[in-house]
Ligand binder design. Sequence first.
Ligand SMILES: Nc1nc2c(ncn2[C@@H]2O[C@H](COP(=O)(O)OP(=O)(O)OP(=O)(O)O)[C@@H](O)[C@H]2O)c(=O)[nH]1
Ligand SMILES: [Mg+2]
Ligand SMILES: [Zn+2]
Length: 328
Amino acid sequence: MIRVDRGQCDVITADGVVRADTAFVTPHDPLRVVCTGDWVAVEPTGNPRYVRAYLPRRTAFVRSTSSKRSEGQILAANVDHAVVALSLAAELDLGRVERFLALAWESGAQPVVVLTKADLVPDAVTRAHLVQDVETSAPGVPVLPVSAAFGDGLDVLAAVVSGGTSVLLGQSGAGKSTLANALLGTDVMEVQATRDVDGKGRHTTTTRNLLALPGGGVLIDTPGLRGVGLWDAGTGVGQVFSEIEELAAECRFHDCAHAAEPGCAVLAAVDSGALPERRLDSYRKLLRENQRIVAKTDARVRAEIRREWKRKGAEGRAAMEAKKGRWM
Ligand SMILES: Nc1nc2c(ncn2[C@@H]2O[C@H](COP(=O)(O)OP(=O)(O)OP(=O)(O)O)[C@@H](O)[C@H]2O)c(=O)[nH]1
Ligand SMILES: [Mg+2]
Ligand SMILES: [Zn+2]
């Protein structure tokens, strides 16, 4: 599945790209809506041809659409590498990186951070510091500075994305489509100058697109995301802050809240400077946000189940009454 747009989608088949109708795979539940990266079964003939089903997903990148509503949105399916694009032209927002990475880990894909527009930070020492800052916030995640404009770092990224399916994620104007074009070797995706110096763009890319790379592998370019809300990402948050979870195992108390407990290994690490306080704050913030979302979702799911029971109960009673009625 290449792209979904207003009830229509493009599917790669043995006979080339086919346009199909998604009416049968667009249920009410937003997490079950067909999505770029899905493997689908499309009718062999017909006008329109309908997508009838999609295969179970290996991985799925899901965010919550806003912090107010507990609704998940699937951004890409069956992705192996979640490439988080972050512009070096704008001020680094490590909290945002951590948030993206929590969702990336949670999706089941291997996260990669790409620091784009490296040519705009010509000083090598400054650049190295920026890379290091991101690395500290992303244990277990490769951090690659690249310049699509000059080609620096592109070979390493090309090697990473040559196996399997990768998705490009990040804010509008981060340079995702420019990167996609550089990896493709041709200008397939439209690119636009960012509107202002703070690095905010105006959403040049508006649909998710799946592109076949010349060196093998498949790349999904996505529209910029201003914010990504966590969506049931407890495991992902744990992975982003794996060094804190490792430290926590050394705390004297099993249920240490790392607040003021004696023998707290986490606070000791903050005191010694080994763990930046910002990391601990960010960890707490994301854990809290995630718990809120999970609680909300649970509440909503429980309410739905209750409604279903009530409906079934009412139907059951009506059926009983009807039976009684017949027998009397
Ligand atoms: N100097 C420099 N500019 C770049 C580089 N990569 C991208 N840009 C510029 O950044 C701007 C935004 O690039 P896009 O590729 O459209 O950004 P995007 O992330 O796809 O944006 P959306 O589609 O809105 O999400 C364009 O003006 C690009 O020319 C780079 O390596 N160096
Ligand atoms: Mg784009
Ligand atoms: Zn502790």
